[in-house]
Write a protein that binds this ligand. Structure first.
Ligand code: HEC
Length: 186
């Protein structure tokens, strides 16, 4: 093999190796986040969802986030309305909630938000009680509006590239000058 060809061959080989390593690293960093099925119940209309969003930020936001994989002190709450309790595999639920068999609709959410410790002895949720029924109704209305489509799934049932599918509730950032190009390729 002439020297020139040899050099460019090694260059290609190294570029290929770097690419492979990067791909493997990226794959390792991202544990596929678990998610709930899309909500099928109608929006809860007994409360004011806009007001609920404000109360939610103060009363729930410190422990809960709203996108798959983003579990904090509490599990993320996307698609919680109508979902079975303790469903996410990437969150470590308490035994009481896991065994409860509850489904999260207004009937279960109301007493749970009012006083989780009372509604479910040995609950891991140590939030302040919320005695105001209309505030609770507003939060339930807000929770019922949190809806996200199911992600694209690969043959193993794992979400594909969750950073760029509809599973992310973050707006896709478009760099200056790229407005006319697709924001992401799937
Ligand atoms: C101090 C932290 C904290 C606050 C504040 C808090 N939560 Fe939680 N929440 C948790 C924890 C921890 C769990 C898991 C409970 C368990 O495993 O027993 C949880 C569980 C839940 C669940 C069950 C989720 C599932 O997957 O089954 C719902 C619903 C919920 N919280 C709603 C709320 C709402 C609504 C608010 C605001 C009114 C709120 N939480 C405030 C910590 C908190």
């Amino acid at each position: 093999m002439p020297i020139d060809a040899n050099i460019s061959f090694s260059g290609t080989l190294i570029a290929g190796l770097v690419l492979t390593i990067l791909t493997v690293l990226t794959a390792c960093e991202r544990t596929p986040p678990d998610y709930r099925d899309p909500v099928t119940l109608p929006v809860y209309s007994e409360g004011d969802a806009d007001n609920g969003a404000i109360i939610y930020e103060e009363a729930c936001g410190q422990c809960h986030q709203l996108s798959p994989g983003s579990n904090k002190k509490g599990p993320q709450l996307m698609n919680i309305y109508g979902a079975p309790a303790a469903e996410l595999e990437d969150y470590d639920y308490g035994a009481a909630l896991t065994k409860s068999g509850w489904v999260w609709d207004a009937k279960t959410l109301d007493p749970y938000i009012a006083d989780a410790q009372k509604a479910m002895p040995e609950s891991k949720m140590l939030s302040d009680p919320m005695p105001d029924a209309s505030e609770r109704a507003d939060i339930i209305a807000y929770l019922s509006t949190l809806r996200m489509a199911a992600p694209a799934i690969d043959s193993d049932g794992k979400p594909i590239d969750t950073e760029h599918t509809q599973m992310s509730d973050e707006p896709v950032e478009i760099e200056d000058g790229l407005e006319n190009q697709p924001a992401a390729s799937f």
